[in-house]
Write a protein that binds this ligand. Sequence first.
Ligand SMILES: CCCCCCCCCC/C=C\CCCCCCCC(=O)SCCNC(=O)CCNC(=O)[C@H](O)C(C)(C)COP(=O)(O)OP(=O)(O)OC[C@H]1O[C@@H](n2cnc3c(N)ncnc32)[C@H](O)[C@@H]1OP(=O)(O)O
Ligand SMILES: Cc1cc2nc3c(=O)[nH]c(=O)nc-3n(C[C@H](O)[C@H](O)[C@H](O)COP(=O)(O)OP(=O)(O)OC[C@H]3O[C@@H](n4cnc5c(N)ncnc54)[C@H](O)[C@@H]3O)c2cc1C
Length: 664
Amino acid sequence: MEGVDYLADERKKAEFDVNEMKIVWAGSRHNFELSDRISKLVANDPGFSKEGRTMLPRKELFKNTLRKATYAWKRIIELRLSEEEAAKLRHFVDEPAFTDLHWGMFIPAIKGQGTDEQQKKWLPLAYKMQIIGCYAQTELGHGSNVQGLETTATFDPQTDEFVIHSPTLTSSKWWPGGLGKVSTHAVVYARLITNGKDYGINGFIVQLRSLEDHKPLPGVTVGDIGLKFGNGAYNTMDNGVLRFDHVRIPRDQMLMRVSQVTREGKYVQSDVPRQLLYGTMVYVRQTIVSDASNALSRAVCIATRYSAVRRQFGSQNGGQEIQVIDYKTQQNRLFPLLASAYAFRFVGEWLKWLYTDVTQRLQANDFSTLPEAHACTAGLKSLTTTATADGIEECRKLCGGHGYLCSSGLPELFAVYVPACTYEGDNTVLLLQVARFLMKTVSQLGSGKKPVGTIAYMGRIEHLMQCRSDVKQAKDWLKPSAVVEAFEARAARMSVACAQNLSKFDNPEEGFAELAADLAEAAVAHCQLIVVSKFIEKLQQDIPGEGVKQQLEVLCGIYYLFLLHKHQGDFLGTGYITSKQASLANDQLRALYSQLRPNAISLVDAFNYTDHFLDSILGRYDGNVYPKLYEAAWKDPLNQSDIADGFHEYIRPLLKQQLRTARL
Ligand SMILES: CCCCCCCCCC/C=C\CCCCCCCC(=O)SCCNC(=O)CCNC(=O)[C@H](O)C(C)(C)COP(=O)(O)OP(=O)(O)OC[C@H]1O[C@@H](n2cnc3c(N)ncnc32)[C@H](O)[C@@H]1OP(=O)(O)O
Ligand SMILES: Cc1cc2nc3c(=O)[nH]c(=O)nc-3n(C[C@H](O)[C@H](O)[C@H](O)COP(=O)(O)OP(=O)(O)OC[C@H]3O[C@@H](n4cnc5c(N)ncnc54)[C@H](O)[C@@H]3O)c2cc1C
């Protein structure tokens, strides 16, 4: 980095090896070197400049995204990047585009739900981008309720084709990214009807646009759904609307891994569970959990650096004012978010492992871990995206007024990120899926079926229902066993309380609906237990580097003690801790803030973000905030002239009129 480093003093305070922490953050030396190389490649290429992006009108913004996405593809080919390198490059280009859905959902849907033959036919075309695809599931009338989708795919045995049709306005596909203006193909989810019988939802590969002139094919109506939240932000994506008027596709374009329709029109269900139809969602939810730490760490990096630069009040004898990062209130808002970024990183790594494991089992026809994989991906997607979206907004507030400027990077980051709470499953709907899994687990206790994996703790239910915390002094809260038991007891007791209340209803579905808010809270408690446990397990590994493990222990402590403080009501209400023990937890939390403080800047440096990727004046590596903010203001189009457009038309007559009135 060239020039003065205004954060140099902060960096000197670090009590750990930042370079080793960079490797822990990246997951491995290989990952670190890959991210470092590709992020610099993108940052140094003017073709990926972000200059002026938030000021472009929609059409220009979208065209610019098409240019960038195709330029990225050109560079991927020229540099002969591997699949892993190409994915990193798209990540660091940092602009939502149709390619996210092509690579992230269209291809995985064909891989997960297509037969070998179908994969052989479609994947090479998709890998070379000779066709571009999207994932068309959600409709105007239904998103969460997948079984309620209305689009039909009716088999016609005369011609050996499916007829894809949108029977109602509400059956219009609505939201799929990349659909509006770009995709040539889509995996369309529709009700499979053969011999007059409705067999429920299945995926179909449907061509939408001509590969010659890109015009919609006969019977296809397609377009963009309109401007979305935030300036720039997610408007780089062409989320689309799609209607079919009796569009015919060959039978072999039904994705046939889960079920098949024969030439005669007979429906055949394979021996794989129907839930595999939802497999692409499980995959994407897992990637969204991994991505949460990316988004949160960006916001935290900006807010932490700026909090060290910004000074307010407390000047003594003409000396400097206090850095706002030294206020306990600032630390209490910021440091748990820094800790959460690390916590989500590690739980994301673990979830990736779980997903790989379940995928291998599925290939060997072992479906036993699918329910747990669904509960973990759904629950952790909900937990991490909610906390990340809220955390980004908190970081904006932590930056005071300047956080509201687009040049802080935070408004755009928030606007791009916040739909993660909705897409790939509304966060409340997903928590209720976890709650169903928990209620099923509780109902099976005593049946001889031993709970395993993330619900193994339920196997010790008798102990967890009656144990009490033995914390006597603040530092007892640093013992992993004390913490894990606290989170297990809270989660188990909340689930059991829900199950007991449910048993009072004659109709379980009515009971579930009535108790949904409590059930969602029990699901949150279970998911927080997973994140805390995985952080603690990470610390049990061998972690090299001077002081690195100690810093991670501080972060882990902050993560769980902050949760304990925030959800004190649960821990006290379920009777596991006393109010005295809650207060000791808070004392320990404050002590950990003081330990973290000198390391804060280096802990965000460990994310290894380039200034290009952060795209934030407040988060600049060198902390040179004020001159750059001042400079940026003058680049606003409004400042291209002293007299604004519209002045002569509107303001001048007003001023003249006031002048006349004053003269009277
Ligand atoms: C795309 C690239 C991703 C990259 C991410 C990184 C981010 C980068 C930066 C961001 C920039 C751009 C990326 C943007 C990407 C946006 C992508 C967004 C795409 C979408 O939104 S696609 C549409 C997603 N839609 C949903 O998620 C719908 C949610 N609804 C459902 O999942 C279901 O309908 C339901 C709520 C689960 C209910 O289903 P159903 O009524 O059928 O089920 P039941 O409750 O009756 O349960 C039956 C039975 O099935 C089990 N089950 C349910 N789901 C699953 C599953 N997925 N897997 C396994 N099992 C499942 C359930 O537990 C029941 O079991 P039981 O009978 O009790 O044993
Ligand atoms: C930016 C963005 C990109 C997207 N990309 C795609 C895409 O590429 N492909 C695609 O197919 N779809 C896509 N979607 C659609 C997305 O998956 C759905 O919006 C999402 O699944 C939520 O469904 P919904 O809109 O029907 O919400 P709704 O279900 O209508 O939710 C409305 C409210 O009702 C509540 N609610 C609903 N059901 C229940 C229940 N059973 N119990 C309690 N509360 C309930 C919810 O919590 C929420 O508060 C995208 C959406 C967005 C915002």
